[in-house]
Design a protein around this ligand. Sequence first.
Ligand SMILES: [Zn+2]
Ligand SMILES: [Zn+2]
Length: 308
Amino acid sequence: MTVLAATDLLAANQRKPVREQIALFVAVTVPFLAVVSAAPMWSAWKLSWGIAVLTISFYAISMLGITVGFHRLFTHRAFRANRALKICLAVAGSLAIQGPLQRWVADHRRHHAFADREGDPHSPWRFGNGMFAVLKGMGFAHLGWLFDRSETNSDVFAADVAADGDLVIISRLFGLFVVASVALPPSIELALGASASHVLAALFWASLVRIFMVHHVTWSINSICHVIGDRPFSTRDRATNFWPLAILSMGEAWHNGHHASPGCARHGVERGQIDASAWLIRAFERLGWATNVKWPERYRYTLRESGA
Ligand SMILES: [Zn+2]
Ligand SMILES: [Zn+2]
């Protein structure tokens, strides 16, 4: 049996290649530039009802691929999926362009293992508690951490993903899913016989603006949901519930509830907390595609004493 030093657990077993960092820079800046150009170019980027539906559909598919697939299934094993569902969720999550599945799982498990302590890859508290330190930390938790060249040791944190042949193939095909995520919406418009301006508009809204939204909503969970919001449950970290993001994040903004019981399939465990990802898992369970779902009844949530 290999005995790992604490540093092996905390840090990385390799550094990310430079070409990957360049690709990441492009993946972050191109959707951002699209959003910046959205207001002045509004009339040029025709947002028709058809393209709005396409945009919302691709947003939902890629976001739920992350929340239900990458996060609740592959990282936390909150339920078991049959093979077809497992593959579909792994592909849908890859369309969000947040890195290969295996790396996502490793980074996120490391986040939970060291949440808001040394070793957390994206704690907003890493620079201290002062106002400027926290603002700097939120920037790091939101985006800066992605450019950290050290890579989480996936042999330690995602060995189960590496042992699943389907998931290894999907992780390796990540580049293909990046291309597909950008190319599919305009290709659908083209196949439907749309004009060139509508094909371009689909590329703008359903590819670039949608990718921007998926990225920044997901990253807001790392930045905002460890600083701003309510902390009803006792956790070892500073994870919060931030209701304004509940719908766009498909339930992930109930992050205090999530950190209180990470293995639970529902994050919004309190009355009235909208959690679309949990609804989808419930639907998969009713269809018989998801089994052994870990619903909140299995867990005990300890209310935090006020002022603690
Ligand atoms: Zn967290
Ligand atoms: Zn988690």
